[in-house]
Design a protein around this ligand. Sequence first.
Ligand code: PBG
Length: 354
Amino acid sequence: MWHCQITAASPPTDCINVNPIPGLRAPFPGTRQRRQRSADFVRRLVAENTVTADQLIQPFFVIDGDEAQPVAAMPGVSRLGIDRLVDAAGQAHELGVPAIVLFPVTRDEAKTDDCAGAWDPEGLAPRAIRALKQAVPSLGVITDIALDPYSPHGHDGLMDEHGYITNDETVDALVRQALCHAEAGADVLGPSDMMDGRVGAIREALEAGEHRNVMIMSYAAKYASSFYGPFKEAVGAAAAFGKSNKKSYQMDPANSDEALHEVAADLQEGADLVMVKPGLPYLDIVRRVKETFAVPTFAYHVSGEYAMTKAASAAGWIDERAVVMESMLSFRRAGCDGVLTYYASDVARWLRDG
Ligand code: PBG
């Protein structure tokens, strides 16, 4: 890289070498960066990052019954009954998507203060896991470990009499939920709750229960973000959740160093894969995590990011496919091994069809 002082009157002769390897490249015009952009073949040869279906994880919302209920704030996404879920997951698998994430949508009657629905072996999540593993055994099934679908207030943990979301009591509940999902056949557990110590507790319980190869993809750096808005509609938590927020357990968007402590803790407790969430606004965090720990690192391109892209493309203001592919490349460039995105199957189809 060369920085040139260019004035209207004089040609760029006054160049300072800021090349990472001094003297490696000739000064202009010996080096013209545009040469390597001059034709498609060379652009392909010098591309530093690529996107393939192998890097995509498709989230699904699952409901009881056999309907497909569209999510208004997420055009193209529907809550699916188990049979439809199995079909859609099978299609994603055929397109080369390696894994999916499941989010159960629980009926209000089934929500209780102790969140016992979270570890009911006949609950929606374990039934969906069993159906998926039977129909598409080689598709990776990742589940969400958090109590929000089972609590009347929509928080990710158990609430005490002061309205505070408890930590240690919540971790005990999460362990029961994790074991329930592991027993149903989940391949990867995704604790998305941000309680302290939950990864270690889940890992210990998995070992004790002989679920040694069940992985933990921890939502290690999960921020208290407004980009989750449409998700709350999708899982029916919006009404219950009201004006409340999750700032006492999810991270402050102002913080970056703190994310490294969160990731370090989860890795030391036995997380196999780590995640940063949300996605595009937090790529600086992805980069720091990848550079610091060099472990499999994922990002969640969340519901609000999806909704914004859909809305702008529906208005004709952006080219949806081009913007999504550029977004995927940006995740890769930042250091992501993979991306959870509601666009996963679309991206896989676009890649296949060229
Ligand atoms: C809650 C959970 C949330 C998301 C995934 N799991 C919402 C929240 O933390 O409030 C958001 C995903 C998205 O917005 O796409 N356990």
